[in-house]
Design a protein around this ligand. Sequence first.
Ligand code: ZN
Ligand code: ZN
Length: 175
Amino acid sequence: MTSVIQVSAIIRVRGSKLNLWLYQRNRTLPDLVRSCTFCLVHGINSPKHLILDCPTLVGLASVEAYLLWRRSIFYQVGVLHPPICYLCHQPQGTEGVLHPPFDGNPEHCRFRDMVAPLVYGVLTKPTLRMDAQIYFPSADLSTPMTAIDWINGMPIPGNPSNLIALFMWYCRNHL
Ligand SMILES: [Zn+2]
Ligand SMILES: [Zn+2]
């Protein structure tokens, strides 16, 4: 296991804020690959299924509401955001180290249906949503749709997007 000191050294040597996120991602995401992250957030231990097939989503919200929310996510590449995949919400990274070139084929997304369903889970679970609201005071997390302005806005330093910032907040505190 890598120690905190070793990790600090890795981050310092690489010298990039995105690499801090890369480290956290590589530590966290493989554990999530086998789960439905929306179910996970809502306390249901379920094997992986695509979000559109998620029984918890159907029971708590609706697939249509989720899709409307997800389609409202917009990245200003080159202005506020690095290139980010609209299918899985992973950034491409320098020379594609984090994600292969975007070709619209979801089969090429290594971490498909992970980030956005998890964040939607947080935003539809009142206790978590209120905790996140305290941590991210500049966001309006009253509902998934009111959170969109913040999600699409200037990322908190060290994060490629605020969707990722909220995702990592959950991973740090609840996994
Ligand atoms: Zn599910
Ligand atoms: Zn992708």
